[in-house]
Design a protein around this ligand. Sequence first.
Ligand code: GLA
Length: 421
Amino acid sequence: MIRFAIGKAKPPWACCVFTKQSMRGAFIILLFFAAASSQGFALDNGLASTPPMGWNSWNAFQLAINEGKIRAAADFIATSGMKDDGYQYIVVDAGWKSKARDAQGRLVADPAKFPSGIKALADYIHDRGLKFGLYTDAGSEDCDSGAPGSRGHEELDARTFAEWGVDYLKEDWCHTEGLDARTAYETMSRAIQATGRPIVFSLCEWGDNEPWLWAAKVGNLWRTTGDGKDCWDCGGETASKKGGYPRGWTRILDAQIGLEQYAGPGHWNDPDLLLVGLPGLTVEEARSHFSLWAILAAPLMASCDLTAMPPAIANILKNEEVIGIDQDALGQQGTRVSARGAHEIWVRKLKDGGVAAVLFNRGKTNVVMRISAQDIGLGHSSTAQVRDVWRHENRGQLGAGYSTHVPAHGAVMLRINGSGM
Ligand code: GLA
């Protein structure tokens, strides 16, 4: 039975007649919602308390990936000792998707490249004690591959990823015309959180919209620049342009200065994948690059073909003392404290009160460089002990300063500890 309420009919304008009191109430409610929508969004997923470590398929293989190559990388990390060194996430970058969604609108893996499907790949990786990462894009299409992006499908895609067992999601920024970056990434972040699965969220909008100012509330790491390239300083012609222009690692390094204050446990600046082991860098340059990424508290995502790397490259990726500095629990990103011509000193504070320092020679000739007690904020002379972390050697007291040979394009990395620090 339908009952009709019989009473005094309200005049049509009744909705719009406000007393002074009701207007005050409405105003307060409006203020509350405005505050909630601007500040209320926060990420507290408890993940990435230190910068994420792992391997990403992009630099080695670009779109030419398949489940065999990903499994081989996972096997290598699990059996070579890299897992024990902290490498954990195996991230499948662009190239995994079919060109069309299925009848239910779900993303589908390319059946030729991933015949067993993504869930089976995730299981394989989990069975080896590792974690699984996947790529999508905030726009209508992924970068480079022409596959569908997640725009407008965030909830379904996040649910699909969670069902497959994804532990890390990288979301790129191609084909995003008309989108506001913060809103778009918040949409995916909410969708991930709604699944209830702990998923590290990696924003990849290349620093175009100054994500360091807002992304700590949205994700666990955010790219600060366009793509890195395996060259010393190429890409000068595009370095000042926004977006995914590739550039050499020293240019990416320079772009990190000034962003230190925004990084910390759970939220990291991401200067892009490691270029260690790619053909465009010498071993010396690769060692410098790895040292400086550790000073920056950068994510350490190896991205070469691990199964083909020579021992000199493996020794870089596996230096546990350098990794220990990158993963230091204080989570404080370091910076450049001095630059004399081509000779720079970069310093990072550590949880135990000590500091890590890199003596970096951008020049083309070998030099002797000196780090003084003042460079690291100590008095004129210090009894602090110096340790060379690449050579695994204690080098005695710092005194007024410590001098050492630094090869062309090379770096010496030190850990300095002592009472009074
Ligand atoms: C962009 C990203 C890269 C990589 C490629 C994939 O360029 O910045 O890191 O994911 O897309 O196409």
